[in-house]
Design a protein around this ligand. Structure first.
Ligand code: NDP
Length: 293
């Protein structure tokens, strides 16, 4: 028999998750603050609980997908969590995840935190690449591995409940850097006689090719040796930055997305003896602002 699942929160993401467990034949109990959002799922076979407490009582595995950590606290507060396996897929900070894990453990639950690497249309679609980072109780993860794998892939990243959120934010941070770079690229050509759809494939291929540097950066962080030699070294890259800034100015666009990165590159170079490094030293500069932000 398939593990019964309770799902709290039927927003866009919760609803997408719910459908996959129903389709896979898991008995599903749902609850949502606004009951109307449960109606379609009820017609598809979900049991709709009248309260969060009733929903929690219905299944050994309780999946939570609410707006934020505060809503998780509100919703779970008056429920009986003792003996329950709680998988909280709500996006939070790592500190909130750790605090929520301790909070759930105090109430006698096992706790797993999740960070969803997908948008709702990717959920339950084989090959779409959707997955969830999990961290927290390894026992809970092992016990419910198959059930958790129904809506999306699963990647367990450690017993520290904050790690799923941390991996999630790290990947999204990289993504926003990419969005920022692409925004700058499109802005540069925007007022010219250049079709943005002609630039698009070139830009995306270039970004993908440049991603090959990511494992190298990781190796350099691990070894502590940031030397790249004569190829694309920091000295050469900093020397090139005025060309980027002048081009932005000529095209009448703000360099604001790139100039903070250039400033860090220059700062690193000015420490002296860094000419033959790659860009890894910028990471040390960011870490140096720890505690001052
Ligand atoms: P929605 O805004 O669609 O849904 C929010 C859900 O939270 C609703 O069920 C809402 O209930 C409920 N809620 C909000 N505040 C409270 C409260 N105080 N008490 C009880 N319930 C509350 O969000 P999503 O479903 O898209 O997202 C849910 C989680 O999934 C978020 O943490 C989000 O970051 C994460 N996520 C979403 C992604 C996406 O692309 N959508 C991608 C990756 C992660 P009600 O219906 O009553 O308003």
């Amino acid at each position: 028999a398939k593990t019964p699942v309770t799902l709290l929160g039927l927003g866009a993401m919760g609803t997408a998750l719910a459908r996959t467990w129903l389709a896979a034949g898991h008995p599903l109990t749902v609850w949502n603050r606004t009951p109307a959002r449960a109606e379609a799922l009820a017609a598809e076979g979900a049991k709709v609980a009248d309260s969060a407490a009733e929903a929690v009582a219905a299944s050994p595995l309780v999946v939570v997908c609410l707006l934020d950590d505060a809503s998780v606290g509100e919703v779970l507060d008056d429920t009986g969590l003792a003996g329950k396996d709680v998988a909280n897929l709500t996006t939070t900070t790592p500190a909130q995840a750790r605090a929520r894990a301790a909070w759930a453990t105090e109430r006698g639950a096992r706790y797993l935190d999740g960070g969803i690497m997908a948008v709702p249309p990717m959920i339950g679609v084989p090959g779409a690449g959707a997955y969830v980072f999990y961290s927290g109780s390894p026992e809970l993860f092992e016990r419910h591995r198959e059930t958790l794998a129904v809506p999306a892939g699963t990647t367990f990243v450690g017993a520290d409940a904050g790690f799923a959120a941390l991996y999630d934010m790290a990947l999204l941070g990289g993504m926003y850097g990419m969005f920022a770079g692409a925004a700058h690229a499109f802005a540069l050509i925007r007022d010219e006689d250049i079709d943005p759809t002609a630039l698009a494939p070139l830009l995306s291929e270039w970004i993908v090719a440049m991603c090959s540097s990511i494992p190298q950066t990781a190796e350099r962080l691990r070894s502590g040796d940031y030397t790249t030699g004569v190829v694309s070294n920091l000295g050469m890259q900093v020397a090139g930055t005025p060309t980027f800034l002048a081009t932005a100015e000529q095209q009448g666009i703000s360099p604001e997305l790139l100039s903070p990165f250039f400033a860090l590159m220059r700062q690193r170079l000015e420490e002296g003896g860094r000419d033959e490094e790659d860009l890894t030293g910028v990471i040390d500069l960011l870490a140096r602002t720890r505690g001052t932000a």
